[in-house]
Design a protein around this ligand. Structure first.
Ligand code: TTP
Ligand code: CA
Length: 414
């Protein structure tokens, strides 16, 4: 039995798919496409070494409530969206694991949840979104500082790339997962569940296996077996509609899907879904972590020569720093909106000044021009004098991924 999977490839700015049959000689195939660059600058070889964490906070809104009201910890607590029409009209947003023991779950009418907890000491609370977002920001900041590429996908979920830190070793990844979980607990008193896998798909499913406060590591070698033992509905994005369609085709399990080819499923499900499902059922997922968020920054700081005293010298230093930052932005396919100049003076005092651009930019000229503008402003404001600057830094933040855009040339001039 052989299998076909589709590889999405980008080569010389053209997108295409390679239809790869597992009946091919695997080694030769790898050799053939190692030269082909996937998603700009990630080779298939690199993808084959990935270690991705999916971190999902447990009973998030309800756990946020427990942080500020520890008395909720050992009793069922239910966070609700009240519609306001009648006293108990509305739905359950989430509940702690104590309440789940009684069958309460998200999206359930509040009345039904109350009936399940009849005669039991339980607390019902309204949602407080600004507070949950504040906790989310704190939690994500801890995680972001831990790994490499970081992508937040919802208020309580994110992916982090741990490939380099762990040297692609799943035993090391387990140690990092334990330490990250402990760190989050120590810093914000919150539990999370972590899935570790060779790609986003596997790590996402894995994080749901040992909830709450669990860690599930699925190594590259175990991934196919792991997914074969999951239910079709466990694949993220597969809803009851797709599951029903698959059932009507006589497909009841993930192994059933993996025994089909994309071409057999294409007519019933459409090309995109068929490709996704056949790949997923073989534990294959080429989607990349998209680093997003406002706290990521790119920057460089240099020590200036002691005798630096005129604006021409500052200009040269700024040009060199901007070139480095620009190269970094370009490699990452990102644009920036906030530019900060940091100056460290002879007496080690730090002075910094930021400017927010009206539009995102990845233009070297704009970066350089605005850097000089900020430095001149600092001089004019008497914040600094030219002869006592010892170190200088250029930092860009509020970054946006633009690598997938057709108008890339609008951002990066040659
Ligand atoms: P989830 O991660 O799905 O659920 P959870 O964090 O409450 O529980 P766990 O991960 O331990 O299973 O959702 C995150 C938050 O999103 C959740 O705390 C509340 C909100 N939410 C709703 O408001 N309505 C819903 O139907 C769901 C599923 C979640
Ligand atoms: Ca969650």
């Amino acid at each position: 039995m052989y299998q076909t999977v589709l590889l999405p490839l980008k080569y010389k700015n053209s997108h295409f798919h390679i239809c790869y049959s597992t009946s091919w000689n695997n080694f030769l195939f790898q050799e053939l496409i190692n030269e082909i660059v996937l998603n700009e600058n990630i080779s298939l070889n690199e993808i084959g070494k990935k270690i991705i964490f999916h971190i999902d906070f447990d009973y998030f809104y309800a756990q946020c409530e427990e942080i500020r009201k520890p008395e909720l910890r050992n009793i069922p607590s239910v966070v609700c969206v009240y519609s306001g029409r009648e006293e108990d009209s509305g739905v359950v947003s989430t509940c702690n694991y104590e309440a789940r023991k009684y069958g309460v779950k998200a999206a359930m009418p509040i009345r039904l949840a109350k009936s399940k907890l009849k005669d039991i000491e339980a607390i019902f609370l309204p949602t407080d979104m600004p507070y949950y977002h504040e906790i989310s920001r704190n939690a994500m900041r801890i995680i972001e500082n831990y790994g490499e590429l970081f992508e937040q996908v919802s208020v309580d979920e994110c992916y982090v790339d741990f490939t380099k830190i762990t040297n692609s070793d799943f035993d090391d990844a387990k140690i990092f997962a334990n330490s990250l979980q402990k760190n989050i607990k120590d810093q914000i008193n919150m539990t999370c569940s972590i899935g570790v896998g060779p790609n986003k798909l596997i790590s996402k499913i894995a994080s749901g296996i040992n909830k709450p406060n669990g860690i599930t590591v699925v190594s590259r070698q175990d991934a196919k077996n792991f997914i074969s033992n999951c239910k079709i509905e466990d694949i993220p994005g597969v809803g009851p509609k797709t599951a029903k369609k698959l059932k009507s085709l006589g497909i009841d399990s993930i192994s059933d899907i993996s025994n089909k080819s994309i071409f057999e499923l294409r007519d019933a499900l459409g090309y995109k879904t068929a490709t996704f499902l056949v790949n997923a059922s073989n534990a294959i997922d080429y989607s990349q972590i998209k680093a997003r968020g406002t706290s990521k920054q790119i920057g460089k700081i240099v020590t200036l020569k002691k005798d630096i005293a005129d604006f021409q010298q500052i200009n040269l230093a700024a040009a060199s720093l901007c070139t480095s930052v620009y190269e970094n932005l370009r490699n990452k396919g990102q644009a920036f909106r906030i530019l900060t100049i940091i100056l460290i003076l002879e007496n080690l005092q730090h002075v910094s000044f930021s400017k927010s651009l009206k539009l995102y930019s990845a233009s070297f000229d704009e970066l350089h021009k605005n850097s000089l503008f900020i430095i001149k402003e600092m001089i004019n404001n008497n914040s600094i004098s030219l002869d006592n600057i010892r170190r200088m830094g250029v930092v860009v933040s509020d970054l946006k991924d633009i690598s997938g855009q057709d108008s890339l040339v609008n951002y990066f001039e040659n």
